[in-house]
Write a protein that binds this ligand. Structure first.
Ligand code: TYD
Length: 138
């Protein structure tokens, strides 16, 4: 599980004017960034995600507000709180994720290693478990 996710603390360049965080691909982010998307105006109480990716790597940054991420590798689960703009959550491929407990002001930004490709998604949990078993057999 530990090799599938980790938090990354970014260095804020703070001074009397406020904070600035810069993230660079292959340095702060462990891949080349091909896509950025973000979620906001999230409906209260909503839970989203419910998928794993076959190849995609991502870094999630809650740039405003807070949210929680539920992770599952088929054997263990973990919950990660994202509540500061200077922390990212790296997710390798092959990990099931659900996002929940969004604060009303939450903006969850995601940096992704690939362009959007629906074929890379596993959106059914049972199919995810079966996929993991086929991976183990290879
Ligand atoms: P969806 O995968 O349902 O979001 P989540 O996994 O957070 O529940 O995505 C919502 C919609 O946005 C869906 O129609 C696909 C589209 N989408 C894109 O067009 N490009 C993207 O990069 C992403 C992440 C989603």
């Amino acid at each position: 599980m530990n090799n599938l996710y980790r938090t990354i603390d970014f260095l804020p360049h703070g001074d009397a004017r406020g904070q600035l965080v810069a993230v660079e691909e292959e340095k702060d982010i462990p891949f080349s960034i091909k896509r950025v998307y973000y979620m906001y105006d999230t409906t209260e109480g909503v839970r989203r995600g419910f998928h794993a990716h076959k190849h995609l790597e991502q870094v999630l940054i809650c740039v405003h507000g807070s949210c929680k991420i539920h992770l599952d590798n088929g054997r263990e689960t973990a919950e990660v709180v994202l509540d500061t703009p200077n922390r990212g959550l790296y997710l390798a491929s092959n990990i099931w994720r659900e996002m929940y407990d969004f604060s009303p002001d939450a903006v969850l930004m995601v940096l992704a290693s690939e362009l959007y490709d629906e074929a890379d998604y596993i959106r059914d949990y049972d199919a995810y478990i079966k996929y993991l078993k086929t991976m183990e057999e290879i």
